[in-house]
Structures are given as structure tokens and as C-alpha cells.
Design a protein around this ligand. Structure first.
Ligand code: BGC
Length: 802
């Protein structure tokens, strides 16, 4: 142990109350407080998550303009990175971020952001990994491990249920216990347990009526007591409400600082005996432990190879982009069969490569897709560029479209969009002329070209931290342009720049769609390499693309009203909902195409019948049946049997990304744990696994399952429900010891045969749904001894349980 950490108890004894309280809030926007007389220095924290955003002036937020921050590599944002499904890559990105953080004297990086994508409207979805907690957790573990292996602390955010931007500083997420445990907490839980992050960020919002920053249940009972978290909990910037309650609940650090008024409040309540000083001491202990740990690794001289990091950003970008559609194998582009290529859309020149808000990095460089497309096309191909539409003109248009959309239901939204669009076209003569000229130029280029590369996407105005989207459509002027281009050229390839799912009512007009996400500073060469087949696409969707917004399970309950957002769809988020309902979607969770083909075979599990589950292995062979090197993401889903509590039809419980040369075969393996088969039972307050037949599926996406194997599980979990004389017959029979107790008593009462017959007959369903006492009540010979029989039944159960 570091000497300073060993000395913390000694330090605590020497500290005055004021000094202790001072450590519980920042010194400025980005620094923690120092105590010079005791040799306690400050540490610096910075955003995160996909690049280090270190404001040049630490008294500023540095958010008006990215240039206010020191240059740093801008990696793809989280929704892109998660589409790589690549743990090893995430780890290397974590390591690279740590080196840059060190160089900029940053000790804690504010990331990763791992909140679930409850609705595609979430303004910050670009900064989050997935709609699936397993995928988000696995990737988060790798990122945190990478970062912390270099001595820079992670700050996992935003804990918890920060799933929208609307009223983010006040809204209360009303979420039931099972949903919390199965959907909104597991990614945090996995990271805390497996990667041991040095800090966590408590979210702005309330969870079930209590601010996350003062939520004792989240911060103490779950985070520290259940999961064993040992780092510091800091507030999101300005998220502290009642400082004293927050401290008592486990919020160690209020950010940003300084916050002298709150420091004084802490001192006063301790002096008045209203707050046990032990609680303050514990916060200080947490602070100092992490502080000394990160300062030990402080290294502003740390060498950073900026070019190598740019290359890593490129590798991340190519691994993250998802080829959604590729009709007639129009991609990869075949230069030898092409004389003219039209590149249309301003994002080909000025890509949207990162999100807006606190994560906006001052990139060390920025690649322009057009430049790399020209290089890849070579001299023999005439590359024509046309802007087609204008971001600036578009902003006005978007504004007017948004105004129309706000407060309307989606059915009328498209009509309204059209109206706004037409209105805009006629409202301003100059704008109209410019737009017509831009479109004419684009149509001319498209007419001459063999293939059109059309760059579309969401402007920053629509997608940002701080507000949610109002719809999931592309701006109407972009869609109009696509429709017009499709009339003159049938070979349209759409390249998208957006941070989260969009609807594509226009998909039939495009032969191919490459989801380019917000893919960081090396997006230019990445896009070109994928389009021209220098690199084979290998990303897959970390979120479902629905046909329309209304299909999303949270649609009717998002973003809430009167200060509260009810998570009424419960555990049915993303594919858990679409797949359970067998609904048509645009592109399913886990979908992504390649220029080669893969086949799976030979699924084997280590046990076909197993008592408890830990250690169950599954393996499958994957072969590259095409003629190019490629990477495949093999996904494992578990389908549970019908259980006492309703469950999603299947859930992701494993994945492996594997690279294969043409003809090459590899075996990929998965290890499953009991938790992978369990659900959270709020009545028992624990994860439970039921006995039954579980199906293990191996698939290419949640909708393309290729192989399956049934495993019979005998659970050793004790009674799942507390059984009483009011519990129904089914509950008694479903519990192994309940069944035993019941059958013993039925034998003793000579009722076994009769009841067996009823359970096999046409009224079985009704009998199974009766309270157990009715079995005896309806038998006239037992009615008088009813209480006695029930007492014996419960006693028998108790004996078996012990
Ligand atoms: C964001 C955090 C960010 C912090 C500091 C907040 O508004 O929610 O994610 O780390 O600002 O910039």
C-alpha cells in the first residue's frame, strides 16, 4: 500500500473540521481542494468520455467552443464504440485516453457513460453504449480496466436512471425494483464488481422521488454494501441539492466547487451533533484514498504518440461503423467498373464526428471524408462533389420543423414537416434560390455518376446533451434531396452521421446504408476504407432501429409529466420488447453486414443437464465462407422457460468478436453463470434461477438465430416465494419443497389420487389458480379440520426448508 494511504488515519486526526469539510467540495470547476499544511494536494478531473476535454482555463467550463480546451484525440463516441462489440479495443482506447489524461495532468476522466437507451429520443444517447445492460457492462469493464491500468481513475456516470435530458436536473424516474435491478443497474454493477472504478458520478435526476445525489439506497445499500464499491462518489456538475443529506447518503464530493456555503453547513451540523462526524470522516477517507492513489501515478511528462492515437481512433472508427444494408452488393465500390462518382452532402466535407455538450473535444486533427474518397477512387474515377443542402440554411429549416413538431403527436409530424418545409421554401426568396441551386448542382452530379455517395445525418441542433430529440427522422430537406436524387440515379449509397437510431421511411431509395455514427477525428479515412473495401465492415448495432418512434416501448411514457417519468414498460426495453412481441423492426439489435459471409456450426455445451449453473461452457465453430478477411460478432442469447415472473423472450448473455481469413474456421467459447439464467425477484429481494429447460441460442443478431441447444437446469434455489395458505396451488407445486410438503399432506389425507386427477383434467388451469386452502375447503369431509390441515402443511414446509 502507498505510504500516504497507510497514513490516512493519522492525517484525519490532525485535520480540523473545516479542513475535512473543505475536501468535500471542489476547489474550482475541475480541481479538488488542497490542504497545504498537511501536504494534501489537489487532483484534476476532466470530461470524458471519448477524449480528454481539459479546459485551458480551469475556472471555465470550456463548453462555448471546443478550442477553449487543450487538443486531444477525439475517438468515436460511445454509441459508435459500443457498435464495435470489441472488449480488447475498448481496453486499448482506455489506455490511450489515460496517457493523454496524464499528459494533461488529469487524474480522473469523467467517463464512461453507461446509461441505458430507454428511448431513441434521449439527447445523450450518442454518449451511451447500449439498450442492453450486458453489452454496456462488458464494454464498460474493458474501458475502465484500460484507463485505470495506466493510473488514471474512471468516473462511471450517470448513476442512476439518467435516461433522458428533458428536465434532467429535476425529473424523478419512477422505476420498479425488478426493472432497476435487471435493466438500469446491471451495467454499473458489473463495472463496479469487475473493474473496481475509483469514482462514480451521481446523476442529476431523482430516482423514485429521491435525488440520486442523496439517495441512500443507491449510494449506500446497493453501491457500497451490496457491490463493495470503495472509491469516491462525486456529484454531476451542480447536481447536489441538500448537501448534508447527500453527505449522509454517501456523496463524498460536490462538484464543481468552490462551495463554501455547503462546507459551512457540514461543519455546523457536525458541531451541533446533528451529523455523526464518522460520516464526514468516511467521506474524507474515501477522498484521500483515491487522491493518493491517482497522484502516485501523476505524470505530466507522460509520452503520448499523437499519430498512434489517431491511428487507434481510425481503427475504432472502422470497427464501429455498421453496414446496415447492401443491396446488389453495391459495396464495396468497384473502381474498375466506374468512371464517375458523385459525393453529395456537406458532411462529406465537414463531418459530424462527435456529440454536443460536455464531451466535446478539441480534436488534434480532423479527416475529411471527401479527401479520402478521392484518394481511394484514384485518378481513373472522376469524383464530383456537390453540397446538395446547406447546414446553415438547414438550421433555420430545422428550427421551424422543430417548432412545428414540438407538442404534436407523431402521426401529424410528417405532414407538419412537409408543411414547414414548403413554408420555408416560399418564405425567403434568397434562401429558396440558394437551396434550389444547391439541389440542381447535386442532381446534375448524380445524373453523371455511376454511383452517388450521399452523406446525411443529424445536425447538432437536433441531437445534443441538454435536450432530447422530438422525433427520430432525418431533417426533411435531406430526405427530399434523397428522393429527388433517386429519380435520376438508382445507385445511391447513404452514409450516416448521427449518434443514435433514426427511422428510415426512405430506405427503399438507397441501395446501401453505412451507419457512420459520430465516429471521431479519423472518420474520413475510415469511411473511405469501408466504402472501397480496403477494410471489411464489422460493427453491429448496439440498439434496435425501430420502424417508427411510436413502436418504442417507452413511447407513451416519455419524457414524463409533472416532474415524473414512469418507466411503465418495465424490463421490456429495446429488443427485449420488440422480440418478445415479435414486432417488425427496421434493423434488429446486433445487426450488421460484412463483405464476406460466416457460417456457424457445431454448438456444444459442457452439460445438457446441470444442477446449478456456474461454469457452464458453450462453444461454437465459425467459418468464413466468403473471399475476404472479416470479423464476425457471435452472439449468445438465453431463452428462459415459462417462469413464475414474466421474462423477455431472450436476453444477450455472451458475445465474441473473431477475425477470420477466407476459409478459416475458429471455435469461440462462452462461459455462463447462474446469474445469466436468473431474474430478479422483488418479493425475495434476490436473483433467482428457476428449474426448467433453457435454450442457448447462437446468432448473428437478436433476430437471426442460427443454432440452439436446450439445457435442463435443476435449481438449488430454495422456495422462490414465501408460501402461505393463501398462495395458489401452482406456486406450491412450482416450489420443489412446497410440492413435497403438499404431496405429503395430500397422501396423509387420502386426497392425492383425487387431486392428481383434477390436475390432469380439463379444469387443471382453474385448480392451479386456487389458493391452496380451497383444495381442502371444497372437500366436505375436510372442512371441519381445515385449520388443522393447513397448520400441518405449513409445519411440513418449515421442516423441509430447514
Ligand atoms: C454532465 C457530465 C459532465 C459534467 C462536467 C455535466 O453537465 O452531465 O456528464 O461530466 O457536466 O462537464
Amino acid at each position: 500500500m502507498n505510504n500516504k494511504i497507510a497514513n490516512i488515519e493519522e492525517l484525519l486526526k490532525q485535520m480540523t473540521l473545516d479542513e475535512k469539510a473543505s475536501l468535500c467540495s471542489g476547489m474550482n470547476r475541475w480541481k479538488t481542494e488542497a490542504i497545504d499544511r498537511l501536504g494534501i494536494a489537489s487532483m484534476n478531473v476532466s470530461d470524458g468520455p471519448h477524449g480528454v476535454r481539459r479546459p485551458k482555463n480551469e475556472n471555465e467550463y470550456g463548453m462555448k467552443n471546443a478550442k477553449e480546451n487543450a487538443p486531444a484525440t477525439c475517438f468515436p463516441t460511445a454509441s459508435a464504440l459500443a457498435s464495435s462489440w470489441d472488449r480488447e479495443l475498448m481496453k486499448r482506447i482506455g489506455e490511450a485516453l489515460a496517457k493523454e489524461a496524464k499528459r494533461l495532468d488529469v487524474q480522473i476522466l469523467l467517463g464512461p457513460g453507461i446509461n441505458m437507451k430507454r428511448s431513441p429520443l434521449g439527447g445523450r444517447n450518442f454518449e451511451y453504449y447500449s439498450e442492453d445492460p450486458y453489452l454496456a457492462g462488458e464494454l464498460g469493464v474493458a474501458y475502465v480496466n484500460g484507463l485505470q491500468s495506466q493510473g488514471v481513475g474512471a468516473c462511471v456516470k450517470h448513476y442512476a436512471c439518467n435516461n433522458q435530458e428533458h428536465e434532467r436536473m429535476s425529473i424523478s424516474a419512477a422505476v420498479d425494483e425488478r426493472t432497476l435491478r435487471e435493466i438500469y443497474l446491471p451495467a454499473f454493477e458489473k463495472i463496479v464488481k469487475e473493474a473496481k472504478p475509483w469514482s462514480m458520478m451521481a446523476a442529476y435526476n431523482k430516482v423514485n422521488g429521491i435525488y440520486a445525489t442523496e439517495n441512500d439506497y443507491l449510494l449506500q445499500s446497493i453501491l457500497r454494501e451490496e457491490w463493495g464499491f470503495q472509491g469516491i462518489v462525486m456529484s454531476d456538475w451542480g447536481a447536489t441539492s441538500q448537501r448534508v443529506q447527500a453527505l449522509a447518503a454517501g456523496l463524498d464530493l460536490e462538484m464543481p466547487g468552490p462551495s463554501p456555503a455547503n462546507d459551512k453547513k457540514i461543519v455546523a451540523v457536525v458541531q451541533e451533533g446533528k451529523l455523526d462526524e464518522q460520516l464526514l470522516d468516511q467521506a474524507v477517507r474515501n477522498m484521500l484514498t483515491v487522491l493518493f492513489q491517482v497522484l502516485e501515478h501523476r505524470d505530466p511528462e507522460c509520452e503520448v504518440d499523437i499519430d498512434a492515437h489517431h491511428q487507434l481512433a481510425k481503427e475504432a472508427a472502422v470497427s464501429s461503423m455498421v453496414l446496415l444494408k447492401n443491396e446488389d452488393s453495391i459495396l464495396p465500390l468497384n473502381v474498375s467498373r466506374m468512371s464517375t462518382l458523385a459525393v453529395i452532402g456537406p458532411m462529406a466535407v465537414e463531418p459530424r464526428y462527435q456529440g454536443a455538450g460536455s464531451s466535446k473535444v478539441n480534436a488534434t486533427k480532423l479527416e475529411q471524408p471527401l479527401e479520402y474518397i478521392k484518394k481511394a477512387a484514384g485518378d481513373a474515377v472522376n469524383v464530383l462533389y456537390a453540397q446538395g443542402y446547406s447546414d446553415k440554411l438547414e438550421t433555420e429549416e430545422v428550427e421551424s420543423t422543430e417548432t412545428v413538431l414540438r407538442g404534436t403527436v407523431h402521426e401529424t409530424a410528417l405532414v407538419s414537416c412537409e408543411e414547414a418545409y414548403e413554408a420555408e421554401l416560399t418564405s425567403n426568396e434568397e434562401t429558396r434560390k440558394t437551396k434550389l441551386a444547391l439541389r440542381k448542382e447535386a442532381l446534375d452530379a448524380a445524373q453523371k455518376a455511376n454511383v452517388v455517395l450521399l452523406f446525411l445525418g443529424l445536425p447538432e441542433k437536433i441531437e445534443s446533451e441538454g435536450y432530447d430529440r422530438q422525433h427520430i427522422d432525418l431533417p426533411i430537406n435531406q430526405v427530399k434531396l434523397l428522393e429527388e436524387l433517386a429519380q435520376v440515379n438508382e445507385n445511391i449509397v447513404v452514409v450516416l452521421n448521427n449518434g443514435s437510431a433514426i427511422a428510415m421511411p426512405w430506405i427503399d431509395k438507397a441501395k446501401a446504408v453505412l451507419e457512420g455514427w459520430l465516429c471521431g477525428q479519423a472518420c474520413g479515412s475510415a469511411i473511405a476504407d469501408l466504402l472501397f473495401g480496403v477494410i471489411n465492415p464489422s460493427g453491429k448495432l448496439q440498439e434496435t432501429f425501430a420502424l417508427q418512434l411510436e413502436d418504442n416501448p417507452s413511447y407513451l411514457f416519455f419524457p414524463g409529466e409533472e416532474g415524473k417519468v414512469e418507466y411503465r414498460e418495465g424490463i421490456y426495453i429495446g429488443y427485449r420488447y420488440y422480440d418478445s412481441k415479435n414486432m417488425k423492426v427496421l434493423f434488429p439489435f446486433g445487426h450488421g453486414l460484412s463483405y464476406t459471409t460466416f457460417q456457424y456450426s457445431n454448438l456444444q455445451v459442457s452439460d445438457l443437464e446441470i444442477k446449478d449453473i456456474d461454469g457452464l461452457q458453450a462453444q461454437v465453430d465459425v467459418v468464413n465462407t466468403g473471399d475476404r478477411v472479416g470479423k464476425e460478432i457471435v452472439q449468445l442469447y438465453v431463452k428462459p422457460p415459462r417462469s413464475r415472473l414474466k421474462r423477455p423472450i431472450k436476453e444477450l448473455k455472451g458475445f465474441q468478436k473473431v477475425e477470420l481469413s477466407p476459409g478459416e474456421r475458429k471455435t469461440v467459447s462462452f462461459e455462463l453463470t447462474k446469474r445469466d439464467f436468473s431474474y430478479y425477484d422483488p418479493n425475495v429481494g434476490a436473483w433467482v434461477m428457476e428449474s426448467g429447460e433453457y435454450e442457448i441460442h447462437i446468432g448473428k443478431s437478436s433476430r437471426e438465430l442460427c443454432l440452439s441447444q436446450v439445457v435442463t437446469v435443476h435449481s438449488t434455489d430454495k422456495a422462490l416465494v414465501s408460501l402461505s395458505s393463501d398462495s395458489i396451488v401452482k406456486e406450491w407445486i412450482d416450489s420443489p419443497i412446497g410440492k413435497q410438503a403438499l404431496f405429503d399432506i395430500l397422501e396423509e389425507e387420502n386426497m392425492k389420487e383425487k387431486i392428481d386427477a383434477s390436475l390432469a383434467g380439463v379444469h387443471a388451469e382453474m385448480v392451479l389458480g386456487m389458493p391452496i386452502k380451497k383444495l381442502f375447503y371444497f372437500d366436505p369431509s375436510k372442512a371441519e379440520r381445515l385449520d388443522l390441515i393447513l397448520e400441518r402443511l405449513i409445519q411440513r414446509l418449515d421442516v423441509l426448508r430447514s
